[in-house]
Design a binder for this molecule. Structure first.
Ligand SMILES: [Zn+2]
Length: 186
C-alpha cells in the first residue's frame, strides 16, 4: 500500500475534508438515531433496488438484497477510487459505507419492535432474517455492535486521511516539486 501513488493530501485539501466530514458527522449526530436527510434517502433507494435484483436469483435470499444493495454501491465507488489512488474520494466512499451500518443497525434494532415505517409496507427484513437465524431476541445487541462498528469505521477513514496527509508531507520533503519538468516543449 505504501508504494501506491495516492493523490497528495495537502494542507488545504485536509482542511476541506475535515470541514466536510465535520458537517457530515454533525448531521449524523443531529439525526441520531433517526433518518439522515439525503444520505439515508440514497441508502433507501439502493436498498429498495437491491431486493428485486437479488430476488431475481433467489426468493430465499431476497430479504438480504436490501442490505446488500445499500453496501454494494459505496463498495464499488471505494474500489474505483482506490484503484485511481484518489485518497479523499476513497475516504468519502468508506465513510458512506460505514454510515450505512448505522442505517442498517437502526433497522435491525427494530426487528421485534416493528415500529419503523416500511417502504411498500412489505416484510420487515430483519424480523425475517433474525427469525430465520433464531437471533430475534438479540436484535438490539447486534444492532449496537453494528452501530459501534460503523462509527469506528468512519473514524478509521478519517484517521487514514490524517495519516496520508502526514505521509505526503514526508514525500513532499523527499521529492520536491515533481511537476517542474513540464516546460521543455516550448
Ligand atoms: Zn428491505
Amino acid at each position: 500500500m505504501d508504494n501506491k501513488d495516492w493523490d497528495i493530501v495537502s494542507g488545504p485539501k485536509l482542511l476541506g475534508f475535515a470541514m466536510g466530514a465535520g458537517l457530515f458527522f454533525l448531521l449524523l449526530f443531529g439525526s441520531e438515531p433517526g433518518f439522515v436527510f439525503i444520505v439515508d434517502h440514497a441508502n433507501l433507494l439502493f436498498h429498495e433496488a437491491g431486493h428485486p435484483l437479488v430476488g431475481l436469483f433467489s426468493e430465499r435470499l431476497e430479504p438480504y438484497g436490501g442490505t446488500l444493495g445499500q453496501l454494494v454501491f459505496p463498495c464499488v465507488l471505494a474500489v474505483s477510487f482506490w484503484r485511481k489512488g484518489q485518497s479523499l474520494s476513497l475516504a468519502g466512499a468508506v465513510i458512506w459505507f460505514f454510515e450505512n451500518w448505522l442505517n442498517i443497525a437502526r433497522y435491525m434494532a427494530d426487528a421485534r419492535a416493528l415500529q419503523l415505517p416500511l417502504v411498500g409496507g412489505g416484510d420487515h427484513d430483519w424480523n425475517t432474517l433474525f427469525s430465520r437465524w433464531h437471533l430475534l431476541r438479540y436484535d438490539v445487541q447486534i444492532a449496537t455492535v453494528l452501530k459501534v462498528g460503523g462509527w469506528l469505521g468512519m473514524a478509521g477513514a478519517c484517521l487514514w486521511v490524517l495519516w496520508r496527509y502526514w505521509q505526503d508531507r514526508e514525500r513532499a520533503k523527499l521529492s520536491p516539486a515533481p511537476t517542474t519538468f513540464i516546460h521543455e516543449v516550448s
